[in-house]
Design a protein around this ligand. Structure first.
Ligand code: MG
Length: 383
């Protein structure tokens, strides 16, 4: 086994946990983080949450759980190749979507609108809230008490206002500093995973076609390469052969370009990585362009497809109506959530009341949100 690079996250240099705990006997600190994430309730909910498609649309689409596993797998390859902390990057990736609402981006946008007057709703921040506060598994503390480095990686974006309230974790957004390299690469692993699986899922759903994708240079390049080797190949197998080459290209370029940048930067520690003027993990120029063209295509043809928009608009309505109902009468929420509402309203007033409803809604899976909406609005449904 190769040893960790000096600028990787090293267990013994961790900035620690909020509540100090004895060292694990036979695991590293970051293994402990990863294991806690996998055992969490929020992690199990990911199986019934989606990104672009809603859970009941089909069993073969990516869910947030399979997405998170794909992201972790890509991140591990990158981390290992760069002699970074593979386990930490895996933990960050497995946790990165824990705070996601039901119905993917549509749900997050709707909840953000609902929360506009109460501090907004950001899914990254909610993922942090899940691991810091909402999971109830330990006698000594709320949340999972993860390491600083893991929490730093989970919080990939954050508004200035929210950063001000986050203490040491918010500092980097205010002082424009970087997170550790394991966090930086987790972002790219996320993007590589979803762009490519959205191509596959979009084709599976019949919303985009392989012919249309020929206008994406990256797809076109590997389409030609695969057909040169297998002239008779068609259908799904052709798409899979192209997509796996696209992923390989993006991952390989990310590793090579990042290794070159790291070498040239002269950084020798995670502290120097954090203080560096810009991120050190990234694509080379030409691959960045290719990746951008793929994203642009997906935005135009998949995310704006009328069938996706219809689902999105229904999802927004469901989230909005649930939120309004709970804000109007918190007594409609199940006991534990109503109790949380009472507690939070006492401390923070209307913002606390709103936040408790947002927590409840954000924790719902797609199918639970649909059922809960029916229970609240359809008089023929059991309550
Ligand atoms: Mg993701």
């Amino acid at each position: 086994m190769t040893s960790l690079a000096p600028y990787a996250a090293h267990d013994d240099q961790s900035r620690g946990r909020r509540f100090p705990e004895p060292k694990p006997a036979y695991r590293s600190e970051y293994q402990r983080d990863r294991d806690r994430i996998v055992h969490s309730t929020a992690f199990r909910r990911l199986v019934y949450k989606t990104q672009v498609f809603v859970n009941h649309e089909g069993d073969l689409y990516r869910t947030r759980l399979t997405h998170s596993l794909e992201v972790a797998q890509i991140a591990r390859t990158i981390a290992r190749a760069l002699n970074l902390n593979e386990v930490l990057s895996e933990a960050i990736c497995l946790a990165h979507d824990l705070g996601h609402t039901p119905f993917g981006h549509a749900g997050q946008d709707a909840l953000n609108e609902c929360m506009r007057d109460f501090g907004g709703f950001e899914h990254n921040l909610q993922s942090l809230r899940v691991v810091d506060t909402l999971e109830e598994r330990y006698a000594d503390f709320d949340g999972l008490n993860l390491s600083f480095e893991c929490r730093e990686g989970i919080l990939k974006h954050c508004s200035h206002n929210n950063a001000l309230q986050l203490g040491e974790l918010g500092e980097r957004f205010i002082n424009r500093r970087q997170p550790g390299l394991e966090a930086q690469l987790a972002n790219f692993a996320d993007e590589i995973a979803y762009n490519n699986h959205d191509v596959e899922d979009g084709i599976r759903a019949g919303l985009i076609s392989a012919e249309q994708l020929l206008e994406v240079p990256l797809f076109l390049e590997y389409h030609a390469q695969v057909l040169a080797k297998y002239p008779a190949l068609a259908g799904r197998r052709l798409v899979y052969e192209i997509v796996r080459r696209m992923i390989n290209r993006l991952v390989t370029d990310l590793i090579d370009s990042s290794a070159a940048r790291l070498g040239a930067s002269g950084v020798m520690s995670i502290a120097e990585v954090r203080a560096h003027p810009g991120p050190l993990i990234g694509f080379g120029d030409s691959t960045r362009e290719l990746n951008l063209a793929l994203k642009t295509f997906l935005r135009e043809y998949l995310y704006k497809h009328y069938k996706v928009r219809r689902m999105t608009s229904k999802a927004r309505r469901v989230v909005r109506e649930l939120f309004d109902a709970f804000i109007d009468d918190p007594g409609l929420m199940p006991d534990e959530h109503r109790a949380a509402c009472t507690r939070m309203e006492l401390l923070q007033g209307p913002a606390g009341r709103a936040r408790s409803a947002a927590d409840y809604i954000a924790g719902m899976t797609d199918r639970y949100a649909i059922l809960e909406h029916r229970r609240l609005f359809d008089p023929s449904e059991r309550t």
